[in-house]
Structure formats: structure tokens, C-alpha cells
Write a protein that binds this ligand. Structure first.
Ligand code: SF4
Length: 69
């Protein structure tokens, strides 16, 4: 399964991802960093496009297993 990870340290808060894919990304008004609206968002073409256009290249798509807690 693929997951979306945002490297908040590198995020500049430019809002490109929130404009391109508002159903997945949102800007936190306190930190002015992008966050996921929900942690288990599907990796859609729109997400991949937003990741490609992120000027800081801080939207990462990682492969991993779901972990039950
Ligand atoms: S496009 Fe990248 S740098 Fe801009 S707000 Fe989104 S994650 Fe942050």
C-alpha cells in the first residue's frame, strides 16, 4: 500500500498542493504547513500531480504495510 507523507520541515506553505488537490491537502493556519485532511488518503493521479508540482519536493509517496495498533 502506498501512503502520502509530507515533510513538514521542508514545506514552505506555498499552498500549491491545497489548490491542486483540496480534497486531500489543507494548510494548517497555525503552522502554515500543509497537512493531510485524513491520514489514509488514496494516492490518486491528482495527489501525484500535486507532489510533482510541490516546489520543495516535500510530498513523498512511500510504500509500506498498514500496521494494526
Ligand atoms: S506544495 Fe509542497 S511546499 Fe507547497 S504547501 Fe504543499 S507540501 Fe508545502
Amino acid at each position: 500500500m502506498r501512503f502520502i507523507v509530507i515533510d513538514s520541515y521542508r514545506c514552505s506553505g506555498c499552498a500549491t498542493c491545497t489548490e491542486m488537490c483540496p480534497s486531500v491537502f489543507v494548510l494548517n493556519p497555525l503552522t502554515e504547513k500543509a497537512e493531510l485532511i485524513a491520514p489514509d488518503q488514496a494516492v490518486t493521479d491528482a495527489v501525484l500531480e500535486a507532489a510533482a508540482f510541490c516546489p520543495e519536493k516535500c510530498i513523498l509517496i512511500v510504500e509500506g504495510e498498514e500496521v494494526d495498533t
